[in-house]
Design a protein. Structure first.
Length: 327
């Protein structure tokens, strides 16, 4: 309307005199301009009020009003460090258990070896016992033979003395007595020689058997003593390793229980934080939607404001043209 009026105004200016219709039109345009200016002022006031409300809303609902969860980050980091420490400690305990198992296996192999040696020694002793029994039987047989020979010698001696007495009573001083006595002395000497020879043989056999038996028994006792000491030391080491294994097993169970408790605490903490995050998200989502709607409204108002500014500039240009025409 202003453009058409401008062209008409220039045509009227060419005439030189403004008609009544042109005056009325100019008055109506001035009224419309005043109304547009009032609308623009009202819109500027509303925009200022909206901007003030938005700033107040941001101050109330912005980052300053949101909850600060930064103090929980230290607790989460501590729990994570505790989990890492518990995992490292568990791995160390498992490594110690593996080492203890290997050591126990080595001691078990040594114990089985020593136990096998002991069984071999006991088998050798058991194999030597029949020989010892045979030697004992031989010794007893020799002693019985010696006793029997001794008794036989005593009997022969008694018989010889009786015969000598009987012969002396029958014919004392006879030559036959002397002749018969000589063989008696020879028999007695032979019996003494035989007895001495048997005694020497028995004594030699006895000494040899005793020496062999003592040497064998000494060797066997030394082997048994050394094997007993080794077995005793192995048993002590096995008992110590068993105690260490039990203590490590108890420590492992305690570490596992502590790790499970830490894991459950971590899960509870994560669950609680997830619930809080969900609550915060449920609060943030409608606020974001409201903010998006406010932004859309602001954009529409900005567009209207820009449109009104364009109208204002065009009106100001037309007013300038009117003033120029009036002048």
């Amino acid at each position: 309307g202003g453009g058409s009026f401008g062209s008409g105004g220039f045509q009227g200016w060419n005439v030189g005199i403004l008609s009544n219709n042109e005056k009325l039109t100019m008055q109506s345009l001035n009224e419309r301009l005043a109304s547009y200016l009032d609308v623009v002022r009202n819109l500027e006031k509303e925009n200022a009020q909206l901007e003030q409300l938005i700033r107040e809303w941001y101050q109330q609902q912005g980052p300053t009003g949101a909850k600060d969860y930064s103090h929980y980050y230290g607790t989460i980091e501590d729990l994570q460090n505790q989990l890492v420490t518990a995992a490292v400690e568990t791995n160390r305990v498992l490594l110690d258990l593996d080492n203890m198992r290997m050591t126990a296996e080595d001691f078990r192999i040594k114990y089985e070896t020593e136990y096998g040696l002991r069984q071999n020694v006991e088998a050798d002793i058991n194999s030597l016992r029949p020989l010892l029994d045979n030697l004992t039987l031989s010794r007893s047989d020799l002693e019985m033979q010696f006793e029997s020979l001794k008794e036989e010698m005593i009997d022969l001696k008694k018989n010889h003395e009786e015969e000598m007495k009987s012969l002396q009573t029958q014919s004392s001083g006879d030559v036959n007595v002397e002749v018969n006595a000589a063989p008696g002395e020879d028999l007695l000497r032979k019996l003494n020689d035989m007895r001495q020879e048997y005694e020497n043989i028995i004594q030699r056999n006895r000494e040899e058997v005793e020496r062999w038996y003592e040497s064998k028994m000494e060797e066997v006792s030394q082997q048994v003593h050394s094997s007993g000491q080794e077995v005793e030391s192995s048993n002590r080491q096995i008992s110590e390793l068993r105690r260490d294994y039990q203590s490590l097993e108890i420590e492992l169970q305690s570490q596992l229980s502590m790790g499970q408790s830490l894991q459950s605490n971590l899960e509870d903490t994560e669950r609680r934080y997830n619930m809080q995050l969900q609550q915060i998200q449920s609060i943030i989502i409608p606020l974001e939607e409201e903010l998006a709607s406010i932004r859309c409204e602001m954009e529409s108002q900005n567009q209207e404001y820009k449109m009104l500014l364009g109208i204002k500039t065009r009106l100001e240009q037309e007013i300038a043209q009117y003033r120029a025409l009036l002048e």
